[in-house]
Every structure is written in structure tokens, then in C-alpha cells.
Design a protein around this ligand. Structure first.
Ligand code: TXA
Ligand code: MG
Length: 322
């Protein structure tokens, strides 16, 4: 067997190969609708341990377990009626639900926590792979710990290509932002990570109050302040103006600017029309590109903090944190 199969288009043959590699304890990167995941057999502790090694991820930071369908969830977690509503409404999709785990999930997956994070991704390649492997797949985002999440196969190759067994190329991720993570606590829904599923949607479906963790309190391992960080220092401003133009800097615009931007070292636009869905889908890709220019600073324009904008600003603040 070659040491790595490298990058393969996600056709039937490569997905079957990926499933076989996973069954043998290997590591395979695959596309989801949010970001690329780095998968291993969730019930194989040694395979899961390899994920932590390759990502240089601290073992106190638990992994999301991906399932092919909601009907198998009872094998892995205790499901409450509210959790049931969430799964019915949002799976397959960009929502991760944190639930009390069963013994089937090894402790290394949850970093010793009594809860497991679960989701069914809405991506044909991910679903095909989950069905072909016929087992749950633990998968964090396929980036080294603390770096920008990958939304294209080439991002994964650049980061981890030589360290993992196979990368399935399924094109750019449609959502571009990691899943919303929610935990049920005392009749409330606690958002551990804002994402594509918004607080309003969660409240509508469950009728439960939704709370966002505030302040500096870390209630989930993934709430570390600095995360998703580019190498280039990033500064958030309300609006980038003509006075900010600087040939040593690169700029990330939310909307189409109305002044001459040609004297920036480089610029990227999240959405010409100021659409938050489009902006979310382009965010990490734009940051990857701007980060590769070795500029003095990335200037990033704020987006309105409503709906998906909450998740976008969350990622920008983490990218800006030292
Ligand atoms: O969209 C996504 O969620 C992507 C794709 C690949 O599915 N995955 C992803 O995984 O973003 P990762 O590992 O990069 O982020 C998962 C976050 C981490 O911050 C982790 O701390 C948190 O989920 N998490 C995982 N299990 C948890 C648990 N049992 N309790 C609380 N937080 C948990
Ligand atoms: Mg991640």
C-alpha cells in the first residue's frame, strides 16, 4: 500500500477506497457542506489518536462524530425529545448536537467528557462515505490546531497532504463555516459555537430559550479565544475607508467598496451585494488567500451581527485574537 494516496477526485472508486482506509484505521479528509473534515473510525481509539497527532490538537479538545443518518443515533447517545426535534429539523445539515454519550463512544473521542457531539452532514460525498464505511466517523476540521479551517481540498493538501492517507476532493464547501454546536441544558439551548443554523431557527423549532455564552467564560473546549488564526495579524474595523489604503496591507471587504482600492497589496470581497450567506461561504477561502501574501496586516471589515453574521463575526474575532 502506498504511504499516502494523496488527492483524489471524490468519485465512487475513491470513496470506496476511503471507506476501506477508514476501516483499517487510516485517516481520510473529506468534504462536508461546512468545511473539510479529517476523518477516522470513531470507535477505533488508535485511529482517533492519530487525528490528535496529525492536527497537533490538545487531547482535551473533543471531536464531532459524524453519522450517516439520525436513525442510528441511539447507539451512541441518549436522545431527549428536544434533541429529537433538532435532529428532525436540521439533519442532514450544519447542526451539531451535544448529548450524553453511550459506552460505544471511546473516551478519547470526547476527551473524557460524558457528552458526545454528533451530526449528520448534508454533503453527498460525506454521506456516501459514511454509508460505505458503515460506521460513525470522528472528524474535526482538517487543519492543524488553531489554523484557518479548510473549505477546499487544496487547503487540506497544503496543511496535511503528506501526513494523511487520502484527501477526497469534492470541490469548495457550500456553507464555508463550521456547524453550529448546541447543548441542551436545564430546558435551554446553549450555543457552544455559532454557525450556519441561527439562534432564531433553533428557538423556532424547539420553543426553548436559546442562550449564547457571553464574556470570557470557556464552557466548551472549542471556545478558546484564539482559533481559526491566520499567520498574518488580523484587525477588524467597522468599515474600511479610503484612509486605510496601504500597500503593505491586505483588505477583506464585506461589501463592494466605493473608493479606489488598487493600492492595497491585495483585496478580497466577501459578497458584492452584502449577502451574509455568500459572505460565509467565501470567508475562510478569502482569509487563506490573503494570509498567503505575507502582508503586514489583514484589515477585515465587520458584517452586521444578525443571523449568519453572528457566526462570521465569531470567526473573525477568533482570527484577530492573539
Ligand atoms: O462543521 C463542522 O462541525 C466540522 C465538520 C468537519 O463537521 N467539524 C468541526 O470540528 O468543526 P472541530 O473539531 O474543528 O470543531 C469541533 C468543536 C470543537 O471546538 C470541540 O471543542 C467541540 O466541537 N466539541 C466536540 N465535542 C464536544 C463535546 N462533547 N462537548 C462540547 N464541545 C465539543
Ligand atoms: Mg476546527
Amino acid at each position: 500500500m502506498p504511504s499516502s494516496y494523496g488527492l483524489r477526485p471524490a468519485d465512487t472508486n475513491s470513496i470506496m477506497l476511503a471507506a476501506e482506509l477508514l476501516r483499517q484505521g487510516g485517516l481520510v479528509a473529506f468534504p462536508t457542506e461546512t468545511v473539510y473534515g479529517l476523518g477516522a473510525a470513531a470507535c477505533n481509539p488508535e485511529a482517533v489518536a492519530r487525528i490528535f497527532g496529525v492536527k497537533q490538537r490538545p487531547t482535551f479538545d473533543p471531536l464531532i462524530v459524524h453519522l450517516a443518518e439520525a436513525t442510528v443515533v441511539q447507539e451512541f447517545a441518549e436522545v431527549s425529545p428536544t434533541a429529537e426535534k433538532l435532529m428532525q429539523a436540521f439533519w442532514p445539515g450544519p447542526l451539531t448536537v451535544v448529548l450524553p454519550k453511550t459506552k460505544t463512544i471511546p473516551d478519547i473521542v470526547t476527551a473524557g467528557l460524558p457528552n458526545v457531539a454528533l451530526r449528520v452532514p448534508a454533503h453527498p460525498v460525506a454521506l456516501f462515505l459514511l454509508r460505505a464505511a458503515n460506521m460513525p466517523i470522528a472528524a474535526p476540521s482538517a487543519n492543524p490546531f488553531g489554523r484557518l479551517s479548510p473549505t477546499k481540498a487544496e487547503h487540506v493538501m497544503k496543511y496535511l497532504g503528506d501526513k494523511i492517507d487520502l484527501v477526497l476532493d469534492g470541490g469548495a464547501c457550500e456553507r464555508g463555516l463550521e456547524s453550529t454546536i448546541v447543548r441542551l441544558k436545564d430546558g435551554q439551548l446553549e450555543i457552544l459555537r455559532p454557525g450556519p443554523v441561527t439562534p432564531q431557527q433553533l428557538e423556532q423549532v424547539t420553543g426553548c430559550p436559546v442562550v449564547m455564552p457571553t464574556g470570557d467564560k470557556i464552557t466548551a473546549p472549542g471556545m478558546l479565544k484564539s482559533h481559526y488564526a491566520p499567520r498574518t495579524p488580523l484587525r477588524i474595523v467597522d468599515k474600511i475607508t479610503a484612509g486605510d489604503v496601504d500597500p503593505h496591507k491586505v483588505a477583506l471587504f464585506f461589501k463592494q467598496p466605493t473608493f479606489d482600492i488598487s493600492n492595497f497589496a491585495a483585496t478580497r470581497l466577501l459578497s458584492a451585494g452584502g449577502d451574509l450567506i455568500v459572505a460565509a461561504a467565501n470567508l475562510f477561502s478569502a482569509l487563506h488567500e490573503l494570509d498567503s501574501m505575507a502582508a503586514q496586516e489583514i484589515l477585515a471589515e465587520s458584517v452586521p451581527e444578525t443571523g449568519l453574521g453572528i457566526a462570521i463575526m465569531n470567526r473573525l474575532r477568533k482570527a484577530a485574537a492573539k
